[in-house]
Design a binder for this molecule. Structure first.
Ligand code: LLP
Length: 430
């Protein structure tokens, strides 16, 4: 099975050695339950595959996928840096004990105050536009200040139109054809441009476009080196490596992929005489996506023109099916491998018709009170969750070889309104 489904001796879903039913019983639902070892395995598989062919290799975890501080801590322990896209993510990295030099800030449409925050925090700045570069020169003394640029290699890939970030329609980065000019301009302004970066999109399982983009970025970097004399300290190919969501999608075979990418990398370094810059990758989903299960309790079974299995979580906890029509595999926690007997819609508790976790989904028998687990809820799940419908944010637990820790408390009703201020003239007088 390409999906991360393990059972214990009772036949129940096991999450990192803990029984999913017991987790739901103890911590309530909806609940995000994360298997710590899975994150470590994902990191090590990817890191080992590349590092064995090229030593100067560094992974930056794209923490937009999941900013839980314990998860960032796990990856920091493994030697990972982070890719941050907002001051909040830089702050999360620092709170999690990350060396600021291992935080690369790649913002988009960044304002001056945000750059100022990033610089003061000691994180590295990856510049997205000439407009941003000019504003940066007013905030910081450019003399010797290290920067990098995000370059659009005009190749894109992703599981959905909204997650493709390379190509002519993309708002991200500087254009391929202006790259030499922009690097020269930065140099003339006094900056020290030490890096080049791309991110072509998110959730691809076909590595073809990525290889093409690696080739293109290396040619761009090579041309920059030859025309401006800039020696890169690092070359960052971004993230985007997908994971299987459906039972018939394949896992990326990372070993041969790493070998091929490094081969391209080394031959281009040699071709353009670029030395041995650190090669970087920025995966989010690949590291954490399959580590987490969203547990929800079935509270209603409705039969009509269609059969609906109603659960106590909604798209406020996992927006991907509603937003991208994404498939998330669903199992019944006390019989994750049972045969399917019916086709149902698995519906959430948000007051919108689009609030479906699964449409026309084959499932085994399900009854009220059963627990379901929605797989691959580690990336872009809690981090995209909201309080819509005034539902408090769920709790998160981390499981390490059967040991369970609460890593985020469930919010309560008062939390929902804690930042609101009712003007005295509107206060109820009694
Ligand atoms: N680096 C940069 C600059 C990025 O913008 C992203 C993702 C990544 C790395 C990591 O991509 P990953 O390895 O996780 O695919 N909400 C969407 C995904 C949006 C990704 C945005 N940027 C989803 O749920 O599929």
């Amino acid at each position: 099975m390409n999906l991360n489904i393990n059972t214990n001796d009772k036949g129940n879903l096991s999450i990192g050695g803990a029984d999913a039913l017991e987790l739901a019983e103890e911590y309530g639902t909806p609940l995000y339950a994360t298997d710590e070892n899975r994150i470590r395995e994902n990191f090590q598989r990817l890191n080992n595959a590349f590092i064995k062919h090229y030593e100067n290799f560094q992974i930056f975890y794209a923490c937009k996928a999941n900013t839980n501080l314990s998860i960032i801590r796990i990856l920091e322990e493994e030697g990972c840096g982070i890719d941050a896209v907002s001051p909040g993510e830089v702050y999360a990295g620092i709170m999690a004990g990350m060396d600021p030099q291992k935080i690369l800030f790649t913002g988009n449409n960044v304002k001056d105050e945000e750059m100022d925050f990033v610089i003061k925090s000691g994180a590295r700045l990856n510049v997205d536009s000439v407009s941003q570069l000019k504003r940066l020169a007013k905030i910081v003394n450019p003399e010797g200040f290290k920067i990098s640029f995000r370059v659009n290699p005009m190749v894109g890939a992703g599981h959905h139109e909204h997650t493709i970030t390379g190509g002519k329609k993309s708002k991200f980065g500087i254009m391929d054809k202006e790259a030499v000019e922009v690097y020269s301009m930065a140099k003339e302004m006094g900056f020290d441009p030490v890096g080049i970066h791309m991110h072509i999109g998110s959730g691809f399982l076909d590595i073809g476009p990525f290889k093409l983009a690696v080739n293109t970025l290396m040619d761009i970097a090579g041309e920059i080196t030859q025309k401006t004399g800039i020696k890169f300290e690092f070359i960052d190919f971004g993230g985007g490596m997908g994971i299987p969501y459906t039972p018939d999608e394949n896992i990326l075979d990372i070993e041969p992929i790493a070998e091929e990418i490094i081969k391209i990398y080394k031959s281009k370094l040699e071709e353009y005489d670029m030395g041995e810059p650190t090669m970087c990758l920025e995966p989010g989903r690949y590291l954490v996506g399959d580590s987490t299960y969203l547990l929800a309790r079935v509270n209603s079974v409705k039969e009509g023109y269609k059969k609906f299995i109603g659960v106590d979580a909604g798209f406020n906890t996992l927006i991907r099916p509603a937003m991208y029509d994404s498939y998330h595999h669903i199992v019944i926690a006390d019989k994750p491998e049972a045969k399917t007997t019916q086709t149902v819609d698995v519906a959430g508790n948000v007051c919108e018709s689009g609030d479906l976790f699964g449409r026309d989904r084959p499932l085994p028998d399900v009854k009220e009170g059963d627990l379901i687990a929605i797989l691959n809820s580690g990336a872009y799940s809690f981090s995209m969750a909201s309080r819509y419908n005034s539902r408090p944010m769920p709790a998160e637990v981390l499981v390490n070889n059967g040991e369970v820790d609460l890593i985020r408390e469930r919010e309560n009703l008062a939390d929902l309104f804690s930042n609101q201020i009712v003007p005295p003239r509107l206060l109820k007088k009694d």
